[in-house]
Design a protein around this ligand. Structure first.
Ligand code: DGJ
Length: 735
């Protein structure tokens, strides 16, 4: 709910459990007064700090240079006295760097609005409303609109900024972040997500120190290394208690998320497109929209924050027809064969898989051009009939005859120097004229910001999808961007390249979904480097990591589930020793960990040891039984192996609290060790629940019957298993 008080000149943005308060001061600056737990209907403009002064100056007259040094602006700008991190910086055509925003007008609109060319949250008048606050800099001729989408049933506020040139000369946007948030530091900690290839999104927590700290990507995509997410939280906050501010970016390119603790022990957090390497020339009459950034507030710990992000993304960002439907259980041939496969091999895998209830075969990298390793053919999207004997349609038809769907892998944005495409159009690769472009995985990146290259790329994928009954696409990206240059852009617009590249990726995927609306799209980037909410707008699931080891996945999936719904996490069972780290884990545990994602297999089923193969129908049955609960339920983290070095535990609890599925993984065993009592909050305190182990021989285990209150406060007993890496599934159902 959004309300405006014309006497106090203030706006109040209310979600079910939070209040966000904006105030226009007497000089016309748009100030941020408050964000946190719900407060009364009071004038809180005093919170914008009227007593401090940054330099030894005159306290009475509040000169502008001093005033801006402490005033919490909703969108702080560069150049006029706010020395903290700015969110908007502009250079005029004479080279001066200044922009000053003064309130002009506002609009309150029912229901969310689209963002041209960008992913955006959606919702009707019953879900959310939008505040558009317009400010101007009349000297520059700039009109800047701060846009807030406020959700009525979810504790989330989504922000973006629109910049328009109403002047007579062009100006250059040097920095256009999507949000800034000033809050008082209360001994806050900060959580960020970091990693590398095969080690994505590990959580890190530390105290917020003085000065600047944060996360960035300059890789042209979100990246394995850092993630556009920060949480600011009470030092004592844990999974179920304490205040948490979560900030996430709905974007798939270079980003920055900075936190700065300053002289008055105030914290400013900012998030948006990384200003490094970015400029955008805005001609008279042109508009620039920033992507959206999401603010979530929880006064009851990290689990409540996670659930808010999950609900927001499931209900108001993912559009796919698959978002509520069961996903087909797939088998992917990557770890089974790598590049070494043909029609017969794929049909063998599909035939055996179909016997065990697996529902879709995905043909991964290596089916096109003359690709038999990662050194050729990207860009030549014609079927290699030496491998795919009889052609693609024949293969797909044969797989369909087995009762299975068919899916295919692409890496549409890339070009191999050893390709017919490169031989015909060497200039289509991103490069700086006169400089040899840097290779990575023996490939270059197509300049899809050029219309003819975008069209070629689109047709390459679409023509294959038109040729057979293909129901799933894995869209991969196996290198990051370097050597930024484009013949399509003049010198003073090269700084637009990274963002134009992301817009082109979004355009390509939008075109694909428009022509093939039933397609199940899974984004991927060398594992999980494109796991971001921008991609959810196009694909309801994203490959989480090339590391399929069940124990490595605990930390990866924990960090991912901190923000993203389990229904979005691509997770497969693969063989041991694991291909990424060599670890050997029980097949059962591999299944349990993958069940908390989209679930599938990534192995040669024809070569699987018999005792493992025999477990597949049971795993398929577990997926069928629990998929809806896992996909649509409330996620709750109970214990974290990355914190305790011993065991991991999480639950999916039905929205009506009638049932829950708990996954427990004993990572390390100890001789003669204690039974653990696992406490699960979020069930109905007075209801009686039956606790069972659905995948175990129940003659050896006695079901337990307990109330929700006892389960939350005293816990359920979890037996100690023999050996390391042992998993258990525990099902709790109301009697
Ligand atoms: C990276 C992906 O993450 C893998 O699953 C696989 O598709 C390879 N690329 C293929 O090159």
């Amino acid at each position: 709910m959004i309300s405006f008080d014309s006497k106090k000149n203030s706006f109040r943005l209310d979600t079910p459990n939070s209040t966000y308060s904006i105030f226009i001061n007497e000089r016309g600056y748009i100030g941020h007064a408050y964000y946190g737990s719900k407060i009364g209907e009071d004038d809180v403009s005093y919170l914008t700090r009227n007593m401090e002064y940054g330099f030894s100056g005159n306290k009475i007259f509040r000169e502008k240079g001093m005033f801006l040094d402490f005033f919490p602006q909703e969108l702080p700008t560069e150049g006029l006295g706010d020395y903290r991190e700015s969110a908007l910086a502009v250079c005029d055509s004479e080279g001066h760097n200044a922009i000053e925003l003064k309130y002009k007008s506002h609009k309150i609109i029912a229901g969310a609005k689209e963002l041209p060319g960008l992913p955006a949250v959606f919702g009707g008048a019953e879900d959310c409303s939008v505040l558009e606050l317009t400010a101007t800099d009349d000297i520059l001729g700039a009109e800047v609109t701060l846009i807030y989408t406020v959700f009525d049933k979810i504790d989330a506020i989504v922000r973006s900024v629109r910049i328009k040139n109403n002047g007579t000369k062009p100006f250059y946007i040097k920095k256009a972040l999507s949000l800034a948030l000033d809050i008082d530091n209360d001994n806050f900690d900060m959580i960020t997500l970091h990693g590398s290839w095969a080690r994505e999104r590990h959580m890190e927590r530390h105290a917020v120190h003085m000065g600047k700290q944060g996360v960035v990507s300059m890789r042209g995509e979100t990246s394995h290394q850092e993630h556009p997410f920060i949480a600011l939280l009470d030092h004592n906050a844990d999974w179920d208690s304490g205040r948490v501010y979560g900030i996430n970016f709905i974007y798939s390119g270079n980003f920055v998320a900075d936190v700065q603790r300053n002289q008055f022990d105030n914290i400013r957090a900012v998030m948006g497109i990384n200003p490094e390497g970015f400029t955008w020339k805005l001609e008279n009459g042109e508009v620039f929209d920033t992507p959206q950034a999401v603010l979530v507030y929880s006064d009851s710990g990290l689990n409540a924050m996670s659930r808010t992000f999950h609900d927001l993304y499931r209900e108001h960002l993912i559009r796919s027809p698959y978002k509520k439907a069961d996903r087909p259980i797939l088998i992917n041939n990557w770890e089974a064969t790598y590049f070494n496969f043909d029609t017969d091999k794929l049909i063998d895998i599909a035939r055996e898989a179909s016997k065990d209830g697996i529902e879709m075969l995905v043909m991964d990298d290596g089916w096109f051009g003359h690709r038999s390793f990662d050194d050729s053919s990207l860009g030549d999207w014609t079927v290699n009939e030496d491998k795919i004997k009889g052609g693609l349609k024949h293969l797909v038809d044969e797989v369909n005859k087995l009762g299975m769907k068919f899916g295919i892998w692409f890496e549409p944005e890339m070009i191999s120097p050893d390709s017919d495409l490169y031989r015909a159009h060497p200039d289509w690769a991103i490069q700086i004229p006169g400089r040899e472009p840097g290779m990575s995985r023996q490939q270059l990146v197509l300049d899809i910001t050029r219309k003819e290259v975008e069209d070629y790329t689109y047709e390459s994928v679409a023509k294959i999808l038109r040729s057979a009954n293909i129901e799933y696409v894995k869209w991969d990206m196996n290198r990051q961007l370097t050597d930024i240059g484009s013949v399509a852009l003049p010198a003073d617009r090269i700084g637009e390249f990274y963002h134009r590249y992301v817009l082109a990726v979004y355009r390509l995927q939008e075109r694909l979904l428009t022509e093939f609306p039933k397609l199940l799209l899974e984004n991927c980037s060398g594992g999980g480097a494109r796991f971001d909410p921008g991609m959810f707008f196009y694909s309801p699931q994203i490959w989480c990591s090339d590391d399929t080891d069940a124990i490595e996945r605990l930390s990866i999936q924990e960090g991912t589930a901190l923000i993203y719904p389990l229904s979005t996490m691509g997770a497969h069972v693969s063989v041991c020793p694991n291909h990424a780290c060599g670890r050997v884990t029980p097949f059962k545990t591999r299944g349990y960990v993958a069940l908390s994602g989209t679930f599938g297999y990534e192995l040669d089923i024809t070569k699987l040891p018999l005792e493992e193969r025999a477990m597949i129908p049971g795993q398929v049955a577990l997926y069928k039984k629990f998929s809806s609960l896992v996909r649509n339920g409330d996620y709750s983290r109970i214990a974290s192996y990355s914190e305790n070095n011993e065991y991991d535990c999480w639950a999916s609890i039905a929205k009506d609290k009638s049932k829950a599925l708990v996954t427990f993984v004993q990572v390390m065993n100890h001789p003669n060790y204690k039974t653990r009592f696992i406490k699960i909050t979020g069930l109905k305190p007075d209801a009686r629940y039956k606790v069972t182990w659905p995948d175990e021989d129940l003659s050896k285990l006695q079901p337990v019957e307990l109330t929700g209150l006892t389960i939350a406060k005293a816990g359920i007993p979890v037996r100690r298993d023999w050996g390391d890496f042992q998993g258990q599934l525990i099902y709790i159902e109301e009697k």
